[in-house]
Design a protein around this ligand. Structure first.
Ligand SMILES: Nc1ncnc2c1ncn2[C@@H]1O[C@H](COP(=O)(O)OP(=O)(O)O)[C@@H](O)[C@H]1O
Ligand SMILES: [Mg+2]
Length: 375
């Protein structure tokens, strides 16, 4: 996937040499910029800071898209302006007159320091149910959407290779699936992009194989390669796991930063959640990576309470997702998500925040040295 750029008040001469990027937006007015940033998932914005109100435009663009990389272009070595640009959130500065190639250099530096910033490293969440029908796929799909609202694009892989329902949940008819990747000796970004389906929410789905017999061609090595490529492509990767502990599920669990065990408010659900958590710890998975989520929660159900779950699994559940059978069932029948004010979506949005919070946007080094202001 070529990185998407928006150029604001940058002339065609300076934009030469950016062929390796997708120039998805070229704007000149504040309104056009606002609309473009609101509708396209740009990776970076290059903006002329000498224009009136440009610093405010940067602040606004970053409010719209907190993970956007901003390159400011300025005419003079004006320290005050450089400091204002940094405060506003510019990660690199380029000085005028801009020659072809200058922006490419600034962009490469900005993307490089962005990738080495641990706060922006990719995070993988895997979800597994403690009982069949616990709502794992439902929570995985809405969690991917919630993360995409916070980070623009998210990879969601249906790892229930035999019976997975992620594509169905969105009424997708995949042309390609994970099995089409297996023909390649090396899994490249481009081939993954060709196979994944991009949804309007910014979630990119990697569907399960078309036929059951193809599921058994997937081995842990190719899965590992797919997972690594996805991590390089997306700030968040969500894995919807089958309820089975085998080599492939094990590979996914080893690769994840957080494992969410989804359970319902039943004796069996809670018992199995504890059993699964303990079993994984026995296998060497750190307890701190395992979290519990209570789905279809109803506070009027008294046979299993949140306290009992907490006692049993020795951890407070990270989310209580309400039972909303009508809306969730209808949405999944239609293959459309419920509205963003639906209590299930709100609770899952809070779960996303509880797991990762607002990723701190740290200023990257290099912007001052590019102006000769700091070594
Ligand atoms: N919070 C919820 N409220 C009501 N129904 C839910 C909720 N979460 C899931 N469901 C329903 O439960 C059923 C099983 O969900 P699914 O996500 O397929 O579970 P799993 O992947 O664990 O098998 C589906 O019919 C789904 O619509
Ligand atoms: Mg499922």
């Amino acid at each position: 996937m070529k990185k998407k750029l928006c150029l604001h008040n940058i002339d065609a001469y300076a934009a030469q040499g950016l062929e390796s990027y997708d120039l998805a937006g070229q704007t000149n007015t504040r309104d056009d910029l606002r609309t473009a940033v609101g509708s396209v998932h740009f990776d970076a914005l290059v903006i002329d800071l000498d224009e009136r109100d440009a610093v405010n435009a940067v602040v606004e663009a970053l409010e719209q898209r907190p993970n956007l990389i901003v390159i400011g272009v300025i005419g003079t070595n004006d320290v005050n302006k450089a400091i204002a640009a940094q405060r506003a959130g510019c990660s690199q500065l380029a000085t005028k007159p801009l020659e072809p190639g200058d922006l490419k250099t600034a962009l490469s530096a900005a993307f490089q320091s962005d990738e080495s910033n641990p706060n922006r490293g990719s995070r993988t969440v895997a979800l597994i149910g403690s009982t069949g029908g616990a709502g794992t796929t439902t929570v995985a799909c809405y969690l991917a959407m919630a993360l995409a609202e916070r980070a623009d694009h998210v990879g969601l892989m249906d790892m229930d290779f035999e019976f997975g329902g992620v594509a169905k949940a969105w009424d997708l008819n995949p042309k390609y699936t994970i099995e089409d990747l297996l023909q390649f000796e090396q899994i490249e970004r481009q081939s993954l992009e060709d196979v994944m389906i991009e949804l309007p929410s910014g979630v990119f789905v990697l569907p399960r194989p078309r036929n059951i017999k193809d599921t058994h061609k997937i081995d842990a090595d190719s899965l590992q390669a797919v997972l690594e490529t996805m991590r390089a492509m997306f700030p968040y990767v969500v894995l919807d796991l089958p309820r089975r502990l085998d080599q492939l599920t094990g590979c996914a669990i080893e690769n994840c930063d957080k494992l969410l065990i989804v359970t319902q408010q039943t004796v069996n659900g809670v018992f199995n959640a504890a059993r699964l958590g303990e079993g994984l710890v026995d296998y060497g998975i750190e307890e701190s990576r395992i979290e519990f989520v209570l789905n279809r929660y109803n506070k009027r159900v008294h046979q299993v309470t949140v306290n009992e779950l907490t006692k049993r699994v020795r951890k407070s559940p990270l989310a209580l997702i309400p039972n909303h059978y009508k809306s969730i069932g209808q949405a999944s029948d239609l293959g459309e998500p419920v509205t963003d004010s639906n209590p299930v979506r709100v609770a899952i949005g809070e779960l996303a925040d509880a797991m990762f919070g607002e990723k701190a946007k740290t200023s990257s080094s290099g912007w001052m040295s590019s102006l000769g202001l700091k070594k």
